[in-house]
Every structure is written in structure tokens, then in C-alpha cells.
Design a protein around this ligand. Structure first.
Ligand code: ATP
Ligand code: MG
Length: 211
């Protein structure tokens, strides 16, 4: 059995066409059904639905052989036990530093002020500001990051931005790019050795589908 870990929403939706290209058709839509294990047209392939941040953990410990996870999530996880053969170029966005539009970020940084930064991506944010030599106090959040600068919880946030619509709707502006984000195929390192005959053709088909 090959188990593929996916998260609901954009990752599932954008992975389905890649699976189709590999001849794998999911039998159910996770948005409609409450099932967490989804069968496919192939009796030896199933999809499990997990939280986006849990995909690397499932694959690392062998709860799934393969998975699709954002670079944001993989950087935060650290990638231990994972082989990352492929950038699938789906779910693309940018990780950005954003502040209230009346906050003078450039001056605060230049003056060496200690910045309060709220984010779901504590590890990535810590490395980003350390590399710039900017002192930060990090505040871990799990969602609704845009609210932090509006309530005085933080001076800045580090979050994913695609159109910028959410930032704009909340009076925030992106001031710095932390990195480009897309989703990657991840493979359990032990599974790749033990199930190579089954997994390698799948990885190759994904590679061709991505182009
Ligand atoms: P939830 O939003 O339910 O808390 P989540 O944020 O973990 O869950 P998604 O919002 O579906 O899950 O994000 C999953 C992945 O998709 C992220 O890890 C990231 O790689 C990518 N992603 C997130 N936001 C965007 C976006 N605005 N545009 C493109 N890709 C995105
Ligand atoms: Mg989200």
C-alpha cells in the first residue's frame, strides 16, 4: 500500500491534477466527505487527509510514504527524515514581513529598535531577522496574524501573501520578502528504499506532470 498525505483546500485541489496525470483518481472529495482516508482507483494507493503542518510529521514517521507540503511548513519542520525530490510549483505565494501602513519599518530597522514580530513561522522568522542583524521578540500565533499589528500585540507579522488582498483589507503593507513559497513532494526516506519499485515510477510521473 502507498499512502499519500495531503491537506484539504488548495494543496488537495492542486495535487489532484498531478495525481490524475499519474493515473490516480481519488474516489471522494475531502470537503464533502468527513472521511480522513480516501480511496483511489488504485487498490494499492490511498490518500490521508491531515493538517497542512502535520504533513511532514506523517511522512517523517512513516504514517504516510509521500506527502505534499508547502516550503513554509517544511522550513518550519526542518525536513528531518524527508527526501524532497520535487518542487511541484503549486500553491505558490511569498512569505513577507508586513506592518501597519503608518509604521515606519525602514526607520525602526535602521535605528536598531527591538521589533515585536507575530507569526506562525517562528523558526523561519528568527533566521530571517538574525541574518539581517535585526533584534526581534517573536510571538507565536496560529492564525489571524493580520490582527496582531492592529491591536498592538506586535509591530510586524511574517505571513504568506499571494494577492495582498487580506493585508490591504486590514490596513497593512508588505515591506520585505522573506522567501518564495511553493509546495514540494516529500518522501519517507526508509519507504523510498523499501518500496522503491512502487514509489519511483510515481515520483517520475509527478516530475513529468510538473514539466
Ligand atoms: P488553515 O488556513 O485552515 O489554518 P493552513 O493555513 O495550514 O490551514 P492552507 O491555508 O490551506 O492551510 O495553506 C496550506 C499551504 O498552502 C501553506 O502551507 C502554504 O504553503 C500554501 N498557502 C497558504 N496560503 C497561500 C496563499 N495565499 N496562496 C498560495 N498558497 C498559499
Ligand atoms: Mg491558511
Amino acid at each position: 500500500m502507498i499512502t499519500i498525505a495531503l491537506s484539504k483546500g488548495r494543496i488537495f485541489d492542486e495535487t489532484v491534477p498531478l495525481l490524475k496525470a499519474a493515473g490516480i483518481v481519488t474516489r471522494e472529495d475531502p470537503e464533502a466527505s468527513r472521511k480522513l482516508i480516501i480511496a483511489t482507483n488504485r487498490r494499492d494507493v490511498r490518500v490521508v487527509i491531515v493538517r497542512a503542518t502535520d504533513v511532514p510529521t506523517y511522512v517523517q514517521f512513516g504514517g504516510a510514504d509521500l506527502g505534499v507540503a508547502g516550503k513554509d511548513v517544511l522550513d518550519e519542520h526542518g525536513g528531518a527524515g524527508l527526501y524532497q525530490p520535487l518542487d511541484l510549483r503549486i500553491a505558490r505565494c511569498r512569505m513577507m514581513v508586513a506592518v501597519r501602513k503608518d509604521f515606519d519599518y525602514a526607520t525602526a530597522v535602521r535605528q536598531g529598535a527591538r521589533l515585536k514580530v507575530a507569526t506562525k513561522y517562528v523558526r523561519v522568522a528568527r533566521e530571517h531577522f538574525a541574518a539581517k542583524g535585526v533584534h526581534v521578540d517573536l510571538i507565536k500565533l496560529y492564525g489571524s496574524m493580520e490582527l496582531a499589528p492592529l491591536t498592538g500585540l506586535a509591530d510586524a507579522i511574517v505571513d504568506l501573501v499571494s494577492t495582498g488582498g487580506t493585508l490591504k483589507a486590514n490596513g497593512l503593507v508588505a515591506v520585505e520578502e522573506v522567501g518564495q513559497i511553493s509546495s514540494r513532494l516529500v518522501v519517507n526516506q526508509a519507504a523510498l528504499k523499501l518500496k522503491r519499485a512502487a514509489l519511483q515510477p510515481l515520483i517520475d510521473t509527478f516530475a513529468r506532470a510538473v514539466g
